[in-house]
Design a protein around this ligand. Structure first.
Ligand code: ZN
Ligand code: ZN
Length: 372
């Protein structure tokens, strides 16, 4: 009988390939044959061991941005998920419990159960196949499954997860719309996708900030819809936003920068009264000194933290990719086969460089290129 092959993170920077039995789907679950898994900053943090002690810790199959083909599915799952064998699907990283207070209120991404893919259960939890760096993934009965179009290229399609985040952060939570001004701090994958979403949403001024080292990404931001970019090392970002908006300032600032807290303080200064800062970048436990409480109170500034996406933003992401796949191709910088998982993670962390700016990295499984 065929067996699954997966990369197991045994310790920091230590991925090892192992074989596993492919489980039966049961009445209410399924088995996914992995087409691809997208990588994000969290994958690199996990690989370094910074996520140990959180979720599944070590001895885990990483990979939480998973898509593939339904290899086998139980009748109950097929009915509830409205998918059948051979269908191409994306799965959400979180497996909601369905019973905690947040789940019953519909905010299932805040579920208390801490169950999900790639970051949660390790291989000691049966049937072990809980991550996307694998040929197969077991789909738990409460998995959130989205049907995908069959004709979009693999690397572009793996943008569903980060794009769903960008849609939730800037559109659903940020509330940007026609004629507004948004500043996006941090031209990483999610910041760039947020610029594309803002353009779609009719935002007038889409301003993306980055450092001098981000020149290639800032250029990409302009191609995707940014109306202006700011190099924060050579320009005063607050002053530039004032100039670019004729003094009106921004309605929304989305912070997707990693580590640095300065963009949050600058973000507060970039806002008009009643403006909103959406916080999505993790700061490595750095705290914010010099937080201007009075300014926030007097100007009625809103600060909102966001973590992941949800059902609606994932569906919107699929539609957005389907309507213009070519636009997203420029973000897809690297694709590696599963056996080169370590190269993929090192490229993501900019440890190895091939001259091509790492923006969106895809790890491909056995079903890449279509359903055999
Ligand atoms: Zn991710
Ligand atoms: Zn729950």
């Amino acid at each position: 009988m065929a067996r699954a092959v997966a990369a197991v993170l045994e310790g920091p920077k230590n991925l090892r390939f192992k074989e596993f039995e492919i489980p039966a789907p049961g009445e209410d679950g399924a088995v996914l044959r992995v087409e691809a898994c997208g990588l994000c900053g969290t994958d690199y943090e996990q690989w370094l061991g910074h996520m140990a002690g959180w979720g599944g810790g070590m001895n885990i199959i990483p990979g939480h941005e998973i898509m593939g083909y339904i290899e086998s599915i139980g009748p109950i799952a097929s009915k509830l998920w409205k998918v059948k064998e051979g269908d191409r699907v994306a799965i959400e990283p979180i497996i909601p419990c369905g019973h905690c207070e947040d789940c019953v209120k519909g905010n299932y991404t805040r579920c208390e159960s801490d169950k999900g893919y790639g970051l949660y259960q390790n291989i000691t939890v049966a049937p072990s196949l809980w991550g996307g760096y694998s040929s197969h993934v077991y789909l738990h009965p409460r998995t959130m499954v989205h049907k995908l179009p069959s004709d979009i290229e693999t690397d572009v399609m793996t943008l569903v997860n980060p794009l769903s985040n960008a849609i939730r952060w800037i559109y659903e939570v940020g509330g940007v719309g026609l004629g507004t001004t948004v500043v996006i701090a941090g031209p990483g994958q999610r910041g760039l996708l947020a610029a594309a979403v803002a353009k779609r949403a009719g935002v007038s001024n889409i301003i993306v900030t980055g450092t001098s080292g981000d020149a290639a990404r800032l250029k990409l931001a302009r191609e995707l819809g940014a109306t202006a970019t700011i190099d924060v090392q050579t320009e005063d970002p607050v002053q530039r936003v004032a100039e670019l908006t004729g003094g009106a300032m921004a309605d929304v600032v989305l912070d997707v920068s990693a580590g640095a807290v300065a963009p949050i303080l600058q973000g507060i200064d970039m806002l008009k009264r009643g403006g909103r800062v959406v916080l999505a970048g993790l700061k490595g436990k750095n705290s914010l000194n010099g937080f201007p409480v009075d300014k926030v109170v007097l100007r009625e500034i809103e600060l909102i933290g966001v973590l992941s996406a949800g059902w609606q933003s994932t569906e919107l992401a699929i539609k957005m990719i389907e309507s213009d796949p070519a636009m997203f191709k420029s973000l897809c910088s690297h694709t590696f086969p599963l056996e080169r998982a370590e190269d993929a993670v090192r490229t993501l962390g900019r440890e190895t460089r091939d001259g091509n700016e790492a923006v969106h990295i895809t790890l491909t499984g056995p079903s890449v290129g279509g359903n055999p």
